[in-house]
Design a binder for this molecule. Sequence first.
Ligand SMILES: [Zn+2]
Length: 344
Amino acid sequence: MSWAQELESIITTATAAIKAAGSTSELEEIKVEYLGRKGALTTLLKNVGSLTAEERPQAGQSANAVKKEIEAGLSERAAALESTELDQQLLEGSVDTSLPGRRPSVGGKHILNQITDEILEIFLGLGYKVAEGPEVEVDWYNFEALNMPPEHPARSLQDTLYVGDENQAVLRTHTSPVQVRVMEKERPPVYIVAPGRVFRRDVVDPTHSPMFHQIEGFAVDKDVNFGHLIGTLETFIHTMFGKDRKVRLRPHFFPYTEPSAEVDVSCIVCGGKGCRVCSHTGWLEILGCGMIDPNVFKNVDYDPEEYSGFAFGMGVERIAMLKYGINDIRLFFENDMRFLGQYT
Ligand SMILES: [Zn+2]
């Protein structure tokens, strides 16, 4: 094949290939095949030395013309293919407006915050105020001022998480320190509810968590008696769980109240007949309470002869579990939306 014939063959096959190309990436391959460093046209141009001196200028011009023609063909086809490919992409990515929309997920209050609000609301209605305290407490507020000096046996009952080496600070084991903090600053009458997180060195099982929520309540005034405490708790329990709930007090011991009691409510599930939830007793324990110990009053400079008061404390998780029949405390903290979503 003469040089001219080879050039002719290149332009013919290249033009046909360009026309047949179905994508811009195929065009790239064609470009390499003909114009690349080892491409057909490049190879032919390298052989220009085999021609006579008279033939060379003409051959060079022809080869350049062919190169330009192939380049023009490539860019024209590329433009056409790009626009087709764009159309295709738009088609594939288009929105089918006949489909139903996706519902945006709306946030909601965590069930424990709802229960906390509900409890606080009841006490606000009774004239109480809300107070809060720090989660890292000093020994005085968490133990000592609450009638639990270092040698007090009750301290060993509280599995405490200490902060630092000196054991001076603790993660509060209950919300009762708020009682002391408020009484130090305010003179009676005080009617306070104090919600917050508390911490204990506990194993994690269906009924225990090293962090949980408590609400402490207390009232100090002139002539406050045990009857006022019972009346207050009954009002709370009937508002929270329904008017037909029975309330029972059992004597108990707490270092910071005297006398002390644990409070049961008739089983929410069986109504008192006895079932698995209430261990066939008909009763469920919901909180602890008592008359504030005179020693606590002395620690905050209240005169126990002049004032008396009661205090009570409840676990928010426990109230939520009883109200909604939830049997595992871990569900509150696992953040599984299948669980939490049922209560928002
Ligand atoms: Zn029951």
